[in-house]
Design a protein around this ligand. Sequence first.
Ligand SMILES: NC(=O)c1ccc[n+]([C@@H]2O[C@H](COP(=O)([O-])OP(=O)(O)OC[C@H]3O[C@@H](n4cnc5c(N)ncnc54)[C@H](OP(=O)(O)O)[C@@H]3O)[C@@H](O)[C@H]2O)c1
Length: 287
Amino acid sequence: MGMFIKILIASICVAYLAVKWTGPTFDPESLKGSRVLVTGASSGIGEQMAYHYARFGAQIVITARREKVLQQVTEKCLSLGAQKALYVPADMSNESDPEKVVDFALEKLGGLDYLVLNHIGATRFAMWDGDVDHVKWLMKPNFFSYIQMAWRALPSLEQSKGSMIIVSSMAGKLSNPFTAPYTATKSALNGFFGSLSHELAMKESNVSVSICSLGLIDTDTAMNAVRGIITTPAYPASEAALNIIITGATRQLELYYPWYTYVMTLTKDWFPSLTNHLIRNAMNYNP
Ligand SMILES: NC(=O)c1ccc[n+]([C@@H]2O[C@H](COP(=O)([O-])OP(=O)(O)OC[C@H]3O[C@@H](n4cnc5c(N)ncnc54)[C@H](OP(=O)(O)O)[C@@H]3O)[C@@H](O)[C@H]2O)c1
């Protein structure tokens, strides 16, 4: 690697750390008793977020499709200190379930302080094979359900000066191979919630929108998908979950986790060929 590139990367890292250190401070007490809805909370990052919120003493509603697993997660949340932990099984590819889930949380918790949208529908980690129907379907859980839930929860979030937290991906900022349908849905989320964030600010709304761009995280789903193809290190789901929660609690617009996702996002615009080279080189692929 040339000296110029090394200096550039070091400068970006220093700038990133400076921004981090001067950012708003997180007060864990602020989450005590807060009313939180977390989607996709039966496994992975969503499950870890449920446990963190529980340790902070929040009141939680979690959702996903597998009822038995949701029940186990709520039991653990109660044992970790959640003031309340309830679950509602739902399929986010179904037209009416997203709004039903928000209504359930509003009724059981008496309002919402945090809407944490995290679930994703199943998709293959593979080259695009022309299956347009799959992309149309994937848009339902990964995008349409998010905007349905956000709109349904907005009046309550306005009342509570609450926050929407959108769990997105580096893929929404920077395209990767093998994830075309998923990338499309995450780009749609970034675009939509970026616009919504402007509109809420222009209306002097109380509601903050945080968009979280994650790199590779060590959940079972991600690890099974990329095994043998991506060899770059995966970061811990529990740490990713905590960073997402802090970003929402401190009402920050964006999270990049881990650190390299920020560097990649910046270098994409400045050095597109280099960035594309790095992305493709991180994949084991033999045609
Ligand atoms: N892991 C990574 O490397 C990574 C990287 C970047 C971004 N992210 C983002 O982080 C978030 C969580 O990812 P993860 O790796 O933790 O995923 P995960 O472990 O596969 O969890 C996905 C969750 O969504 C639920 N779900 C799946 N299909 C659903 C449906 N049709 N309706 C309702 N719920 C459904 C799953 O539960 P059920 O099966 O019980 O429904 C599960 O709780 C996603 O938004 C993902 O894009 C992850």
